[in-house]
Design a protein around this ligand. Structure first.
Ligand code: ACO
Length: 427
């Protein structure tokens, strides 16, 4: 393989080094492009632009491969638990027993938030979307934990990391409890991370709490499957905000807002709403397939397509199998699961979808499991955020440790040239 790439422009040749990753991905290093050739690259949506080098997550969209720190997602989803995966993503290796115990203990010690935070939550109307509330509360945490803002040493970073891992589930649970008019609570130190989260979300004030193990296992798996996905929209947002040294909590808060959109994490809510709409309309999947293909119709098949996966999304495969298992174990029958399977089957045989390489993504079946677990639709994207938290943290930490420069893209200006100012009366 050639070690350089040559660009010819205006009769001059410029050489740029070619970088190769550990999985043989290659990229042209254009750091000196503007300085040497006076040019920039234009790539809206960053379809061809690598924003960083990263050692956290590898995905091969053509082959449907996803690995965290070299471990196959299929193995991790089957054999690891969420905090182990969080540790792996953030620190690079699977923890040994003592490391995991310390990590878990440090997080538990931070699993409370300042009482004053309740007043902030109180100010939101019950109708507020949980993602907006969660983003605001995460940002508000900064005021109560100022020492977590300006962190640069690994030790300071560690403290900020265990704080957010401890407090985030409390905030997520509270957004749900506020919606459901339930008193705000705290978790139970004796429970595991995921069971504790579940308890905080669903515990009733007049009933002792218990939960089916199948529910916790399913939730754990879903969180692992969502834990990182390299430079997606929300993660890039976290790295971008963090690159100004704004702090971990501010960066995570921005990531939550980015995740909220229906083209990203918000798709899990949009999928269930779409499936319900199809059901209420009589269940004619063919009609909705036609709508999705009609360029005049804004309807898209939510949960289908992915910027990177052009073969299949390995997470969707695991989740589809899991949906069947969980619904079976819990004895839940959900007619939209059949509608979803029908849509998938039609799409996989349809020229429009085949040609464009559109496959079910992680969000296509996840909502069906969330619903079977009793999680309300508006909380689906919050569940995604809970899963993605370790990924955001790992990417933010890597960015800071690599001392990456502030993110600041260029543009090609297409506006007016210099004009004379006209006073108000003469315009
Ligand atoms: N339904 C119908 N047509 C689609 C869909 C879809 N879900 N997704 C893509 N297409 C079509 C586009 O119209 C386009 O067609 P064209 O070439 O004739 O113009 C072609 O496929 C390529 O699509 P783009 O939008 O250019 O692909 P891009 O990589 O920019 O977008 C995205 C990817 C946003 C995920 C898109 O597929 C989509 O909107 N999907 C539905 C929303 C969704 O499920 N999002 C969750 C993604 S996973 C995640 O973020 C966790």
């Amino acid at each position: 393989m050639s070690k350089t790439a040559t660009l010819e422009f205006n009769g001059k040749k410029y050489e740029f080094p070619v970088t190769e990753g550990t999985e043989q991905e290659i990229g042209i290093d254009i750091k000196k492009l503007r300085g040497e050739a006076g040019l920039i690259t234009l790539d809206p949506g960053y379809k061809n632009t690598g924003s960083c080098e990263s050692a956290i997550t590898f995905l091969d969209g053509e082959k449907g491969v996803l690995r965290y720190r070299g471990y196959a997602i299929e193995d991790l989803a089957e054999k690891a638990d969420f905090l182990e995966v969080a540790y792996l993503l953030i620190f690079g290796e699977l923890p040994i027993k003592e490391q995991l115990e310390k990590f878990t203990k440090d997080i538990k010690e931070q699993s409370h938030v300042d009482e004053e935070m309740k007043k902030i939550l109180d100010g939101f109307p019950k109708s507020a979307h949980p993602m907006g509330v969660l983003s605001s509360l995460t940002s508000a945490l900064i005021a109560f934990n100022p020492s977590s803002v300006d962190v640069s040493s690994e030790e300071e970073m560690y403290k900020a990391i265990v704080k957010i891992l401890g407090k985030f589930p409390v905030l997520a649970a509270w957004t749900l409890r506020k919606k459901n008019s339930l008193p705000l609570n705290y978790g139970d130190e004796d429970l595991g991370y995921v069971e504790n989260l579940h308890k905080m979300m669903f515990e009733k004030p007049n009933k002792s709490y218990s939960v089916d193990k199948a529910v916790i296992d399913a939730l754990d798996k879903l969180l692992i499957l969502h834990a990182d996905h390299e430079q997606n929209c929300s993660t890039s947002t976290v790295r971008m905000v963090g690159s100004s040294h704004a702090g971990l909590f501010a960066s995570i808060s921005a990531g939550i807002s980015a995740l909220w959109g229906p083209l990203h994490g918000g798709a899990n809510q949009a999928v269930i709403e779409m499936l319900e709409r199809i059901k209420e309309d009589g269940g004619d999947t063919h009609k909705f397939m036609q709508k999705a293909k009609d360029k005049e119709d804004p309807f898209r098949l939510m949960g289908f397509g992915h910027r990177v996966y052009k073969n299949f999304d390995p997470r969707a495969k695991i989740i589809k199998k899991s949906a069947d298992e969980v619904l079976g174990q819990l004895g839940v029958e959900d007619p939209v699961l059949d509608i979803a399977k029908g849509l998938e089957k039609e799409a996989l045989e349809d020229d429009y979808f085949v040609k464009r390489k559109l496959y079910p993504n992680v969000d296509f079946y996840s909502g069906i499991i969330y619903r079977a677990l009793g999680i309300p639709v508006e909380m689906f994207t919050v569940m995604f955020a809970l899963g993605r938290l370790p990924g955001w943290i790992a990417q933010w930490r890597e960015m800071r440790l690599r001392k990456e420069p502030i993110g600041r893209p260029r543009q090609i200006y297409i506006g007016e040239n210099l004009r004379d100012f006209k006073p108000l009366g003469s315009r």
